[in-house]
Ligand binder design. Structure first.
Ligand code: PGA
Length: 251
């Protein structure tokens, strides 16, 4: 079965009410003048989710979150936002296990697997991020890292959970650095990840969308998306401008 391309924007800790307004208007206008074959998703910070969701409702653009609480809630978890709340305001996706969460907020594989499960319980599609650091790549540990990060979620949630999930390969050394993985490096990692899932269920493995993330720009997206096992992109910096997100979605 052909996998539909997904182009997802991760705004990280950027944005404002005014920026969401301008971005949404520009995105809508761009889509009115020419439609896009790829599915589009934007993940702004929590305070802007409802605003963006309302502005993009008619534009056939999904809105998702960058993180979610590990407890299902409701409950006494000051500062947290639950999967149920995200679904309630109209999110359809949520990023889990981004390398910035793993590195800066000490999220380990078990916490990531719990968040993945919470997202699915609430009807959201989790985008599970995995990827090795430069040190791990250079020491030959890439496959071991990917096997552990993906394997923990496979073990905790079961392969059937991947019927309604997306995986994003984001080599840490390529995020925000301008240093993109080559198409060969991306293809190798994506094929390896798909094989891990296919080993447990060939159909689920072949239908799983695997995005590439890490310095994707309008001028390198075509080469990356042409790889057999690359099904779209998770875009950080280049997703803050509607024009560049659209240019990436149109390659
Ligand atoms: P980048 O970020 O495109 O700015 O490298 C990607 C990501 O972290 O998801």
């Amino acid at each position: 079965m052909a996998r539909k391309r997904l182009v997802a924007g991760n705004w990280k800790l950027y944005g404002s009410v005014a920026q969401v307004q301008d971005f949404s208007a520009a995105l809508k206008q761009g889509l009115q003048s020419a439609s896009v074959d790829a599915e589009l998703l934007v993940c702004p910070p929590y305070p802007y989710l409802a605003q963006m969701q309302a502005l993009l409702l008619e534009a056939d653009v999904n809105v998702g979150a960058q993180n979610l609480a590990e407890p299902a809630g409701p409950g006494a978890y000051t500062g947290e936002v639950s999967a149920t709340m995200l679904a309630d305001i109209g999110c359809s996706y949520v990023i889990v296990g981004h390398s910035e969460r793993r590195q800066l907020y000490a999220e380990d594989d078990t916490a990531v697997a719990a968040k993945f499960a919470r997202a699915q319980d609430a009807g959201l599609t989790p985008i599970l991020c995995v990827g090795e650091t430069l040190e791990q790549r250079e020491s030959g540990a890439m496959q071991e890292v990917l096997r552990r990060q993906l394997g923990t979620v496979l073990a905790e949630c079961g392969v059937a959970a991947f019927k309604r999930a997306v995986v994003a390969y984001e080599p840490v050394w390529a995020i925000g650095t301008g240093r993109t993985a080559s198409p060969e490096q991306a293809q190798e990692a994506h094929a390896f990840l798909r094989a891990q899932v296919s080993a447990e269920d060939a159909t689920i493995g072949s239908e799983l969308s695997i995005l590439y993330g890490g310095s994707v720009k309008p001028d390198n997206a075509a080469q990356l998306f042409a790889c057999e096992d690359v099904d779209g992109g998770l875009i950080g910096g280049a997703s803050l401008e509607a024009e560049s997100l659209l240019a990436i979605a149109r390659v």
